[in-house]
Ligand binder design. Structure first.
Ligand SMILES: Cc1cc2nc3c(=O)[nH]c(=O)nc-3n(C[C@H](O)[C@H](O)[C@H](O)COP(=O)(O)OP(=O)(O)OC[C@H]3O[C@@H](n4cnc5c(N)ncnc54)[C@H](O)[C@@H]3O)c2cc1C
Length: 516
């Protein structure tokens, strides 16, 4: 049994990354209860972001060019109206972030410095503190949250279930550390970030394992394009969690991919080391599956250059006992970003009344089958603002106070799911592997096991990957290597996923019972 807390009409925002903080700040002066399981500034992908935020600010740039790059990366699956609206909102959102106290890097003339990144046709990446942009942005916003009286911050508080009555939210059940509480509210925003923590190797914080997706799915919300998981091809294979990034910029400066024999295995792939992320990730993965190890060899750059141009990466390598000036850097593909998520419209509304989602947890259609680098911070900031605007413009529907939730939630441990999902829903997928994973995840998802929520999200990803019988963007099926003639979004509810699981894998347990 949980205690009941009447929020007095406050909006409950779940997640303290960029999306959650923007939503909470833009809702001011409306009261907000901000729940976050880690302290602000910790355990969020937003804090780890190195590159920056994409926005068409340059004199030679415009939003049509930014849109074209976004659509090209998305491999036919972007929602072009949504993408056009989000990139068009980029410049105003950068201004808004500055009003909240974010100090973007400027040149000697005081102009914002615009960086260039792979697959962007123009310089349009803004940084705040060089390659520690995410930290710089989050620190400024966290300060602003502290100064905003309308926001009540509940750190170390884990949202465990949504309370829903007749497809409408009435509360959030959370573990506050000091006991379980049902927060009575008719407006909830999920901004819980990505799913990398469901895999053995990821650049995401270990706590990013899709809890928001489980909350929404169990509440009956539709998910979209869950099968699209972006792998970064060159994570430092140095152990620990998360894996550290060795960014494209190192390859851009001339570093090459080699194996343990010194052979350059990407030389014959179109674009070689500078091919798109998914192409490089597949080449590295195939070579590893053939029994090799993969390394990034930056020794052709002079030692002084590596250290000067890439101080963060040099420090990370040295911490792992590698000197990039004299030794090849061991790398491997690692889960980096989830294009799929909770299906939302352009206002951030889900299919459940009173439930919004934004940031990486949501699927707006901006990224399609593959995310363009630096578009995700943009999306989190823009859509957080739009969710706030929509909530502010929507009349409250006062719903019955929820009964205190009596459901048992046995903690949340993604560890048993990681090897299963990594094997089946990795860089390359096929029906046999995905079916095997569904068979293993299904009973876990339906049980009161601590891995139940992670298994449920893992199962939905696996079912989405089984249903998409084509290869597109980051979703590569070895048994369906071609793209389908028409690109289609795929939505999936929990009930549909369970029905599909029974079709794809016979003899599965049928009822969700109490674990829902
Ligand atoms: C290493 C790395 C580098 C990146 N570099 C870039 C870049 O340069 N540019 C770019 O655009 N994108 C980049 N990305 C992607 C980008 O950082 C993320 O997509 C974005 O920050 C997601 O923001 P978010 O607010 O949705 O989620 P997050 O920042 O991950 O925040 C999620 C929040 O939800 C909380 N939470 C989760 N579950 C619960 C729960 N059950 N209850 C309460 N709280 C919960 C977490 O504690 C956290 O506070 C990078 C990602 C990584 C991992």
């Amino acid at each position: 049994m949980s205690a009941r807390y009447d929020t007095g009409g406050a909006v409950v925002v779940i997640g303290g990354g960029l999306a959650g903080l923007m939503t909470a700040l833009r809702l001011s002066p409306q009261p907000v209860l901000l729940l976050t399981k880690a302290p602000l500034g910790a355990e969020a992908s937003s804090v780890l972001a190195q590159g920056g935020v994409a926005a068409a600010l340059g004199a030679d740039d415009d939003t049509a060019l930014h849109l074209a790059d976004t659509l090209a990366a998305g491999d036919g699956l972007c929602d072009s109206d949504v993408a056009a609206a989000i990139v068009a909102a980029g410049p105003a959102t950068i201004e808004q972030l500055q009003r909240f106290g974010v100090a973007f890097d400027r040149d000697a003339d005081g102009e914002i410095v615009l960086g260039l990144e792979a697959a962007h046709a123009r310089r349009r990446i803004v940084h705040a503190g060089g390659d520690a942009s995410g930290r710089g942005i989050l620190q400024a916003l966290a300060r602003k949250v502290g100064e905003t009286a309308s926001i009540t911050l509940c750190e170390a508080t884990v949202a465990q279930r949504l309370v829903v009555d007749d497809n409408a939210v009435t509360g959030v059940l959370a573990d506050t550390g000091a006991g379980r509480v049902t927060f009575a509210t008719d407006r909830v925003v999920i901004a819980t970030g990505g799913i990398g923590g469901l895999y053995l190797h990821s650049t995401n914080p270990a706590g990013s394992f899709g809890q928001g997706l489980a909350l929404a799915a169990r509440a009956g919300a539709a998910m979209a394009d869950l099968e699209f998981v972006q792998f970064h091809p060159t994570a430092l294979d140095g152990g620990g969690y998360p894996l550290k990034l060795v960014s494209e910029a190192v390859r851009g400066e001339g570093a090459i991919l080699v194996d343990e024999t010194g052979a350059r295995f990407m030389a014959n792939v179109p674009g070689a080391e500078l091919a798109p992320r998914d192409v490089v990730a597949r080449a590295v993965w195939r070579h590893m599956q053939a029994g090799h190890r993969a390394f990034l060899d930056a020794r052709s750059l002079s030692g002084a250059d590596v250290a000067r141009r890439f101080p963060t990466i040099t420090a990370l390598c040295r911490a792992a006992g590698i000197d990039p000036a004299t030794q090849p850097i061991p790398i491997r593909p690692a889960v980096h970003y989830h294009m799929g998520g909770i299906a939302v419209d352009i206002r951030g509304r889900t299919s459940v009344d009173g439930l919004w989602a934004c940031g990486e947890a949501a699927c707006t259609g901006l990224h399609g089958a593959n995310r363009l680098a630096s578009n995700s911070l943009l999306e989190a900031a823009v859509c957080g603002g739009w969710v706030a605007r929509d909530i502010a413009a929507t009349d409250r529907v006062r719903r019955r106070m929820p009964a205190t939730a009596s459901v048992t939630v046995a903690g949340c441990d993604p560890a048993p799911v990681r090897p299963i999902l990594s094997r089946a829903a990795g860089v390359l997928r096929d029906a046999d592997g995905l079916r095997t994973a569904a068979r293993a995840l299904h009973p876990l998802a339906l049980s009161p096991h601590p891995a139940s929520d992670p298994a449920l999200v893992g199962l939905m990803i696996v079912i989405a990957a089984l249903r998409r019988q084509e290869s597109r963007g980051a979703h590569a099926r070895t048994d369906f290597p071609d793209r389908a003639p028409v690109a289609r979004h795929a939505t999936l509810s929990l009930d549909e996923a369970l029905a599909s699981a029974r079709e794809f894998v016979p003899n599965l347990v049928h009822s969700l019972g109490e674990s829902r």
